[in-house]
Design a protein around this ligand. Structure first.
Ligand code: TYD
Length: 203
């Protein structure tokens, strides 16, 4: 079997982590070996970067530096874990990938979509998913699920709203395959929708 790389995307509270987990189980059910990763993180460097990035405002981080830190974590994850797994013919399911950077730092942040997209394109090249699945769920439902608190990003309610718009309109990097799946309904129902989309890529 050839390698398969799927990213699950969406705003916080949309259910993307649950869906990433359900997709892993589903793919394993088809006999595939699956590597699950999350962004930022997944490597020693990535987890350290995650701590710095998600700390609630204790460390000042400029917009460009923030984007580059996400990308540094991503490159390390690719090199250390994703590429070797794909090389072995495994499937990789990533909880977030570059669309999160384009949406959060670009569209919802201060950098703008063109800048974030250009940098992601330059830095990542072909090191991108075969399919990006965006889980879409109404903002108020996501807010209900998140409740109070959260990390640097989750605690910013306006950012969440801008990210929601961002995910609905981004086209990613030219060549990206993006599908949007409704996150309404039970986790099981949503998982069916996700798997249908994944099957289109496997065939
Ligand atoms: P998230 O997947 O929500 O982690 P958890 O479910 O453990 O809270 O990711 C944390 C935050 O990082 C999320 O609010 C979005 C933000 N983020 C970016 O701003 N840019 C990126 O490139 C990535 C990968 C995440």
């Amino acid at each position: 079997m050839s390698g398969l790389f799927i990213a699950i995307e969406g705003i916080d509270g949309a259910g993307k982590s649950t869906q990433a987990e359900l997709l892993r189980a589903r793919l394993e059910g088809t006999g595939r070996t699956v590597l699950s990763v999350r962004e930022p993180g997944g490597t020693a460097l990535g987890e350290s970067v995650r701590e710095v990035l998600l700390s609630r405002g204790e460390i000042p981080i400029g917009a460009e530096a923030q984007m580059l830190l996400f990308l540094a974590s991503r490159l390390q994850l690719w090199e250390e874990r994703i590429e070797p797994a794909l090389h072995r013919g495994e499937a990789v399911v990533s909880d977030r990938y570059h669309l999160s950077t384009i949406v959060y730092q670009g569209i919802a942040g201060t950098l703008g979509e063109p800048r974030a997209t250009a940098v992601c394109r330059e830095v990542l090249g072909r090191r991108r998913p075969d399919l990006n699945v965006i889980i879409e769920l109404a903002l108020e439902h996501c807010r209900e699920r998140l409740g109070e608190g959260g990390d640097r990003f989750e605690s910013d309610s306006d950012l969440l709203a801008r990210a929601s718009v961002g995910f609905s309109k981004t086209r990613g990097i030219p060549g990206d395959r993006i599908v949007r799946v409704s996150g309404e309904g039970t986790a099981k129902v949503v998982a069916e929708r996700v798997f249908e989309e994944v099957c289109r890529v496997i065939r």
